[in-house]
Design a protein around this ligand. Structure first.
Ligand code: PLP
Length: 226
């Protein structure tokens, strides 16, 4: 029963991405659907793996370390994304665990990731997270700080794929997505990690290359994610 409904939700979200892509004159294949599996058990994740989903995201290093090594042994082609704030002292563990880090947002973290890459030999791809509205409780660099952060990341050899944002809650997301797309264009970046369960179709129409979807795939989270 559970299995049928998870696969069904995956189909619905894929259709949503296809519809939005078609409306925008884009190829749905240019949009990566990332299933945000924070707080979800391996049992909840299994039906999505069986349905062919391979990109997953967590927001905490510890939780990912507990859940994903075993799942990866079963499915070595999984790509694991980190979408939560990363402490510099966990950079090395994050480099070992994750293929893509969406939350690079400050110089000290760039420095820690460069050192972690050297120590581990791993090269996770990175998105720089931008705090577009300057919300104090949220991660992300301020738009004014982006040029210096990007320069430091590129100089140090980080593979910067694009920009990531979480728009302010309760506001129309489209203008924020458009602003992120404009910032990316200005800096010759092609990746745009934006759009969640409530607004991924809007994000795709504005150019998202990576959408991060949790609730629409797994249902409501039982316990709160940090
Ligand atoms: C939890 C989370 C998501 C997924 O949110 P849903 O509303 O459940 O789709 C996406 N991005 C980030 C950064 C998150 O922390």
């Amino acid at each position: 029963m559970e299995q049928i409904s998870a696969a069904h939700r995956l189909t619905q979200v894929r259709l949503g991405i296809q519809g939005a892509s078609r409306q925008a004159g884009r190829e749905a294949a240019d949009v990566t659907l990332i299933a945000v599996s924070k707080t979800q058990s391996a049992e909840a994740i299994a039906p999505l793996l069986e349905a062919g989903q391979r990109d997953f995201a967590e927001n905490r290093v510890q939780e990912a370390a507990a859940k994903w090594p075993a799942l990866r042994r079963l499915h070595p082609d999984i790509r694991l994304h980190l979408v939560g704030q990363l402490q510099s002292n966990k950079a090395e563990q994050a480099a070992e665990l994750f293929d893509v880090i969406h939350s690079v947002d400050r110089l000290s973290l760039v420095t820690a990731l460069i050192a972690a890459m050297e120590r581990t030999g791993r090269r996770p791809r990175c998105f720089l997270q931008v705090n577009l509205a300057g919300e104090t409780q949220k991660g992300g660099c301020l738009p004014d700080d982006l040029p210096d952060l990007l320069a430091a990341a590129r100089d140090g050899g980080l593979v910067v794929e694009g920009l990531m944002c979480i728009p302010p809650a309760g506001l129309e997301p489209a203008p924020w997505f458009a602003l992120l797309a404009e910032l990316a264009r200005r800096h010759d970046l092609t990746g745009l990690s934006m759009g969640m369960s409530g607004d991924y179709a809007t994000a795709v129409m504005i150019g998202a290359t990576h959408v991060r979807v949790g609730t629409a795939l797994f249902g409501e989270r039982v316990r709160a994610a940090a």
